[in-house]
Write a protein that binds this ligand. Structure first.
Ligand code: SF4
Ligand code: SF4
Length: 321
């Protein structure tokens, strides 16, 4: 009998999602016996044509990681949609835009100037910038076109399930692949992670007072954090109240506050939720104190939307002109 087939695709992301599949360790051998990988360019030499030649809906499931930022990624994910029964937005970049979507806070023109001219490690005496098309002798060369906006996967194709995390833990990945193979899946459109915030299961929740009041926002490198006490109660920014549960809070166990990589719970805007939480606990007597409090919050957009700018209320900075 033909084994179910899996495709794994990598778009704008760091590669951590592919790494977390490898981190399944020996369980990947059990999975490999039950499935056939038909596309996994990070691990083996697959080509676009390998997928193009398959009948429609032939692939049992495609795990697609990364935000969509160029024409080549768009073309590949649209093809995978045609050829797959199930599409999983795999990791926070595919689900919410992730760190690559912080690019939406500036313009693509400015990113090009920074990357090819201003970056301290760039030496570009001839002012060369990549072109999407150029001719060299008899040859015409093309590169993918960069999109003006970084998109989440579901802005480009229909997505069946979402598996957030930066990256999703190996335990989450193994669990989801096994659920898919067993046909044990919820209704399409669901997130394959708990529908509650991280604070609900965090082992420091019991130390979080009902009424926290803080008059300073500290960054983790500025203090020696108490290893037992809720970070927010220590005045350290922790995104637990605005972040989906399901990661087993490895950062908190390592005495680092949550930066929000699981993204928001369904229907919430992560930054707005966190700003609402802070609004209830920041304590300032007058305008001057309020200003000093807010100035202690460095890079608010990056702090509140580090992994979810692409799907956030912030939208996209418009190109000049
Ligand atoms: S704010 Fe952070 S440390 Fe405090 S309970 Fe929530 S996740 Fe845990
Ligand atoms: S504790 Fe927060 S930042 Fe760390 S893995 Fe979990 S969701 Fe991500």
């Amino acid at each position: 009998m033909k084994k179910p087939t899996i495709a794994i695709s990598w778009n704008s992301s760091c590669g951590g999602c592919d790494e977390s599949i490898i981190d399944i360790e020996e369980r990947i051998l059990d999975i490999a016996q039950k499935v056939e990988f038909v596309f996994w360019p990070c691990a083996m030499d697959f080509k676009y044509s390998d997928i193009k030649n398959l009948p429609d809906a032939d692939i049992a499931v495609s795990l697609i990681n990364g935000a969509i930022q160029n024409s080549d990624q768009e073309r590949t994910v649209k093809l995978l949609r045609e050829k797959s029964k199930i599409i999983v937005a795999f990791g926070s970049c595919a689900c919410f835009g992730g760190i690559p979507s912080l690019a939406n806070l500036t313009t693509s023109a400015k990113i090009f100037v920074q990357s090819f001219f201003k970056s301290p490690t760039v030496h570009n005496e001839e002012d060369i910038v990549p072109l999407s098309e150029c001719t060299e002798g008899h040859y015409s060369l093309t590169l993918p076109e960069i999109h003006k906006t970084v998109s989440t996967l579901d802005m480009v194709i229909e997505v069946d399930y979402y598996l957030p995390g930066c990256p999703p833990t190996a335990k989450m990945v193994a669990g989801v692949i096994e659920r898919i193979l067993d046909g044990d899946l919820p209704e399409k459109g669901n997130v394959l992670a708990p529908e509650k915030v991280l604070c609900a299961s965090c082992n420091r929740n019991a130390t979080k007072p009902d009424n926290i009041k803080i008059n300073e926002i500290k960054r983790i490198h500025e203090v020696i954090a108490d290893p037992e006490l809720c970070f927010l109660a220590q005045g350290i920014l922790c995104l637990g109240p605005a972040t989906r549960d399901g990661c087993d809070y490895p950062c908190i166990k390592g005495n680092m506050p949550c930066t929000g990589c699981m993204g928001p719970v369904t229907g919430a805007d992560q930054g707005a939720k966190m700003i609402g939480t802070l609004g209830g606990i920041l304590c300032a007597e007058n305008e001057k104190e309020t200003e000093s409090l807010l100035s202690s919050l460095v890079d608010p957009a990056g702090a509140f939307y580090r992994y979810s700018t692409g799907a956030s209320l912030l939208g996209r900075k418009r190109e000049e002109g």
